[in-house]
Design a protein around this ligand. Structure first.
Ligand code: FAD
Ligand code: EPU
Length: 339
């Protein structure tokens, strides 16, 4: 294991921010990880666990130890006539796991194609897209507590998943490191093409009975049209979550903004498209120096050049103020802000 000091993280964060960490180590096994956590040299260091860096904003240089999780391996650990349990190491690139499952006609995560990042980070915010969420196929995960080095298995219930959230973003934030996850995939997949844009694109392509591969390719196509490629322009996907408001509040807003895009969550709650709110405050494609919102999608903040974390935070604060002033809704960050 090689420990690097005063190490530049520019290529380890999809915003492409030019920040450094005091210490950096790449671990590729559970034993290596445990050794680092219990090492006397780093015991008192602040620690941050990094996957693909596609949902983080480093505000400044990191004063501590960044542990890059590269634990590999994908394996079908059991199967019957209808399903298969797949276990994957936290360092596996998420989209490689999706491809692995589709290649074996295992359904359940095809709508999550091309989400950047690692498998170990997928449970942290319960990744979701185009009508699927990680929790729909999730069985359990294994990991280690950062302080004690103790192992624990969390089942689905214990993970406390909800929209872009889990126990690992709440009470266990930065306290637990995922080392592997188990998913249950379906051998007779029931495809979910209910997401408006996905269903429409499939029909436009003349596909009436899509395969898993068709869904994957169509999701990839939509994503490429809509979202910026971090290799070309720095970003971390949606910067904010779509706000969920009480139905009464929504009904009041609807009187003034009848075209506001919304989704019914339950009898009492409505989710509103944050991209629509931001666009309707005049912030779509707006740019201030190195920072802006993406031309095709107001929910994505982009780094046009040498932006700093502070510049991005300043920009996102102005978006929040504009949305709150016009709609009375306070946006919540999806991206993890690292100080
Ligand atoms: P990182 O950014 O490295 O880390 C994110 C957080 O998870 C950090 O707090 C980190 O400490 C923690 N973490 C990472 N690995 C572990 C681990 N092994 N154990 C414990 N904690 C860990 N997300 C969606 O849900 N849906 C989308 O459609 C989507 N689209 C995106 C599109 C683009 C262009 C981009 C750039 C991002 C998008 N995202 C989306 C966000 C991002 O891809 C996901 O949040 C992804 O799961 C982050 O993975 P990562 O490995 O890059 O995590
Ligand atoms: N919209 C606008 N203006 C915009 C952007 C969007 O009016 O500038 C409207 C769209 O026309 C559409 C609605 O808002 O009617 C929703 O847009 P979209 O389908 O692009 O989805 P989203 O709600 O903006 C969410 C996730 C994405 C995920 C997509 C697809 C969140 C915060 N974001 O975006 O996840 O890929 O749905 O399921 O929930 C991410 O988390 O980083 C991410 C990219």
């Amino acid at each position: 294991m090689k420990i690097l000091h005063n190490y530049n993280l520019k290529r380890y964060n999809s915003f492409g921010l030019n920040v450094k960490t005091d210490h950096f180590i790449d671990v590729s096994s559970v034993n290596e990880l445990r050794k680092v956590l219990l090492d006397n040299e780093f015991r008192t260091n602040k620690k941050f666990i990094l996957g693909g860096g596609s949902n983080v904003l480093f505000v400044n240089d990191y004063k501590g130890l960044v542990i890059k999780n590269s634990i590999p391996g994908i394996e079908i650990i059991s199967e019957d006539d209808s399903s298969a349990i797949v276990e994957a190491g936290a360092g596996v690139v998420w989209d490689e796991l999706v491809q692995f499952c589709i290649d074996r006609n295992l359904g359940g995560i095809e709508n999550l194609s091309l989400i950047p990042g690692s498998t170990g980070a997928a449970p942290i915010q319960n990744i979701g897209a185009y009508g699927q969420e990680l929790k729909d196929t999730f069985i359990e995960l294994k990991g280690i507590f950062t302080e004690s080095g103790e192992d624990k298995i969390f089942n689905k219930f214990e993970c406390n998943f909800s929209y872009r959230n889990s126990i690992f973003k709440g009470e266990l934030k930065n306290k637990f490191i995922v080392t592997s996850i188990k998913l249950k995939l379906n051998k007779n997949p029931h495809l979910n093409t209910s997401y408006k844009q996905l269903g429409e694109q499939l029909l436009n392509q003349g596909i009436n009975n899509p395969t898993l591969g068709d869904v994957r390719q169509t999701v990839i196509k939509i994503r490429k049209q809509k979202l910026p490629d971090p290799n070309v322009i720095g970003n971390a996907g949606s910067f904010f979550k779509n706000p969920i408001v009480a139905k009464e509040k929504y009904l009041i807003l609807k009187k003034s903004f009848p075209e506001m895009i919304n989704y019914q969550i339950d009898d009492n709650h409505i989710k509103i498209a944050a991209g629509w709110l931001i666009e309707n405050c005049g912030w779509k494609g707006k740019r201030n120096g190195n920072v802006g919102t993406y031309l095709n999608h107001a929910l994505v903040i982009v780094n046009y050049g040498d932006a700093t974390g502070d510049e991005i935070l300043d920009f996102e604060m102005h978006i929040k103020q504009a949305v709150e002033f016009k709609f009375g809704i306070r946006l919540e960050n999806e991206v993890n802000i690292i100080n």
